[in-house]
Design a protein around this ligand. Sequence first.
Ligand code: FMN
Length: 205
Amino acid sequence: MSRSAVTSTAVHPLLAERWSPRSFDPSHEVTAEQLTALLEAARWAASAFNGQPWRFIVGRRGDEAHKVLFDSLLGFNQRWAGTASVLVAAVAAEVKEDGSPHSTAAYETGLAVAQLTTQAHAEGLHAHQMSGFDGDRLRAAVGIPEGFRPIAVIAVGAPAAADLLADEKLRARESAPRERRALAETFFAASWGTPAELVSAAGAG
Ligand SMILES: Cc1cc2nc3c(=O)[nH]c(=O)nc-3n(C[C@H](O)[C@H](O)[C@H](O)COP(=O)(O)O)c2cc1C
């Protein structure tokens, strides 16, 4: 199913065609090469002073890590995410080795996740990020040390037909229009709230 972004000018298909499904093929398995590619894409993200504040917990459906990650999800995410071939938790090191706060840790961990997500699409997979999980539960189950904060759990797999979702609301959301705030309300010139020049010229506000 294509749910491409509607853009005022063409953007790369990997970005335009990315979306977050909830119906994943319960029999699909990622290959070792695909999974390694996702992790390498995340590992090679940029970070301030190359600090690489991210860590990841990686589970493939059927293994212990997938179970632990699934158990940490809140109920509304457990309704659909169990069929994902892979569940990954992104964890940010919020304290540097010298004990000082790492102010950009969450930002950089998000960048790493964005790269993982884009690589997933390049592999013909889809990814769905979730903040709806219990970080304390995950911390206790995995032994995540103090100073590290779980930021998100990401479901990755092959998208499947919406009909496979038991929940009617979730089925409807699977094909609902994808929307974004207008360019002119997002990108500003020298004065806050005034659309950036190119944005007004694009007439896409
Ligand atoms: C940090 C983050 C947390 C999210 N948390 C959840 C979540 O807990 N459950 C869920 O179903 N979707 C979650 N989403 C998915 C968003 O709802 C989705 O990305 C957004 O509606 C835009 O849709 P699209 O990704 O298909 O463009 C999350 C996305 C991000 C980036």
